[in-house]
Design a protein around this ligand. Structure first.
Ligand code: BG6
Length: 489
């Protein structure tokens, strides 16, 4: 049920996200025949550029799927022919009116739907939405707007942004994107829980000891320091990506798979959580480090970052859900830049086996004998369950082994990028994976008091060397809740 006439405008077309993610995702959708017959892509930005220059720029980042290359070059050419550029100011109604004329001129047929992707800094969201909705919205089809985070810096600024956007758009026209929701393993969370008998019955405080949501990157904020310094890792990763995963992980069974039913449950679980306190969190910032002849810069070496910046590039937090299912279960989050590895995973540590007959086989450390379910979101998607197993032989030795579902062996086809899934959903009007405004409010309520306190009290982050495993603070935080980080054991 893909719309028959579609114009997609990427506002901020010369930016990094557009080049790296949005245009390639659009091409992938085109390549997979997911776009309607009559579709066009418009790049909009302030830079002067011709259509040809835009096409050259886009073509540099397009790739073909590994498994079928045959007609890829042709497909690229056909795709690029449907890409156009319009230079304009972000706050100029006339410029958007010109874009509108250009679109009308090229739109064939009677009905045209329009999708705007705002890949721009948040301070110009409202201007663009105003100009686009007043001058360039569809006269005879739908108009939708995809908005990228940050959605404000705290509860107040987020509410203000929502209020301003709603002057021009209805809630069902706004698609707030959190690209983690488009990742294969995150989408699979619901399938795993709700369509396997073996998981849902143990999905509660009765069996689960703690849940860990871990995000790490092996590079710093290189080139993005200016943006990052205003937000920090808690806003950049925890309040959105990790919290969204947590909500999907912990929500009650929705009435149906309908977007509203799912989002109702997510809001409910977010509202059952305690806002974070200072004592629930540790923060860190990376410092320079040399390894052999290679020098790794400190966060504050970035010329766009103030030398005395206290912005955290690393944080760990303990969250709690005050409801019957999760009472007392720590949900630990850890997110950091410039660490030793790039990884995102969900780790579920189960309780000890009561009266375990094989207790003596584990020595004194019974924690090492508990089951652990790991969902590796990236890289190298996998789901594995750590179980205790008898080592074959005449003796009785136990071994912790994995039941392992490795995606690349089981599903050799390349996994689509999260942006492909989400763009397709927005085109099809599927809102399940987009953030509703009440969800956003609930998410900010959890983090706003903490963020304010960190800033007011000028809490100094613990320094950790670029490329290391991060500061030691998270170990103490975890130990306070009787938890050991699964990724370090
Ligand atoms: C973005 C953050 O939302 O997610 C970036 O702003 C981060 O700082 C990125 O690098 C990580 O996304 P992915 O898909 O590469 O894990």
């Amino acid at each position: 049920n893909v719309a028959s006439n579609l114009s997609i405008t990427v506002v901020g077309a010369s930016g990094d996200l557009a080049k790296k993610k949005i245009f390639p995702a659009l091409f992938a959708l085109y390549y997979e025949d997911c776009l309607p017959e009559n579709f066009m892509v418009f790049g909009y930005a302030r830079t002067q550029m011709t259509d040809e220059e835009l096409r050259n720029m886009i073509s540099r980042t397009l790739t073909c799927r590994i498994d079928k290359r045959e007609n890829c070059e042709d497909k690229m050419d056909q795709f690029l022919k449907r890409c156009f550029y319009h230079a304009g100011q972000y706050n100029s109604e006339e410029d958007f009116a010109e874009l509108d004329s250009k679109m009308i001129e090229k739109e064939a047929g009677s009905k045209s739907n329009r999708l705007f992707y705002l890949s721009i800094p948040p301070n110009i969201f409202v201007d663009v939405v105003r100009c686009a909705s007043v001058k360039a919205s569809s006269a005879n089809g739908w108009t939708r707007v995809i908005v990228e985070k940050p959605f404000g810096r705290d509860s107040e600024s987020s509410a203000e942004l929502t209020k301003c956007l709603k002057q021009y758009l209805a809630e069902d026209q706004i698609f707030r994107i959190d690209h983690y929701l488009g990742k294969e393993l995150v989408e699979n969370l619901s399938v795993l829980r709700f369509s396997n008998l073996v998981f849902e019955p143990v999905w509660s405080r009765n069996y689960i000891r703690n849940v860990q949501l871990i995000f790490s990157e092996d590079f710093g904020t290189e080139g993005r320091g200016g943006y990052f310094d205003k937000y920090g890792i808690i806003r950049d990763i925890m309040q959105n990506h990790l919290l969204q995963i947590l909500a999907l992980f912990a929500m009650e069974t929705p009435v149906s798979l309908d977007a509203e039913d799912i989002r109702n449950e997510k809001v409910k679980v977010l509202r059952s959580m305690r806002p974070l306190l200072l004592e629930d969190v540790v923060i860190g910032q990376y410092k320079g480090h040399s390894k052999g002849s290679k020098l790794y810069p400190a966060y504050i070496d970035d010329p766009t970052v103030p030398k005395d910046s206290l912005t955290p590039t690393f944080a760990a937090a303990a969250l709690f859900i005050d409801n019957a299912r999760w009472d007392g279960v720590p949900f630990l989050m850890k997110a950091g830049k410039a660490l030793h590895t790039k990884r995102a995973e969900i780790r579920v540590q189960f309780r000890h086996v009561p009266g375990n007959l094989y207790k003596r086989n584990f020595g004194t450390d019974l924690d090492k004998a508990t089951n652990e379910l790991v969902l590796r979101v990236q890289p190298d998607e996998a789901i594995y369950l750590k179980i205790n197993n008898k080592v074959p032989g005449l003796g009785m030795r136990l071994d912790r082994s994995d039941l392992n579902l490795l995606y690349r062996s089981r599903y050799p086809k390349e996994i689509p990028d999260a942006y492909e899934r989400l763009l397709l959903d927005a085109i099809e009007g599927e809102r399940r994976l987009f953030i509703r405004s009440d969800e956003l409010d609930a998410a900010w309520s959890l983090f706003t008091p903490l963020l304010k306190e960190l800033e007011q009290k000028k809490i100094v982050p613990e320094l950790y060397p670029y490329g290391s495993r991060g500061p030691v603070g998270p170990h103490y935080l975890a130990a306070k809740h009787n938890v050991r980080w699964g990724d370090l054991s």
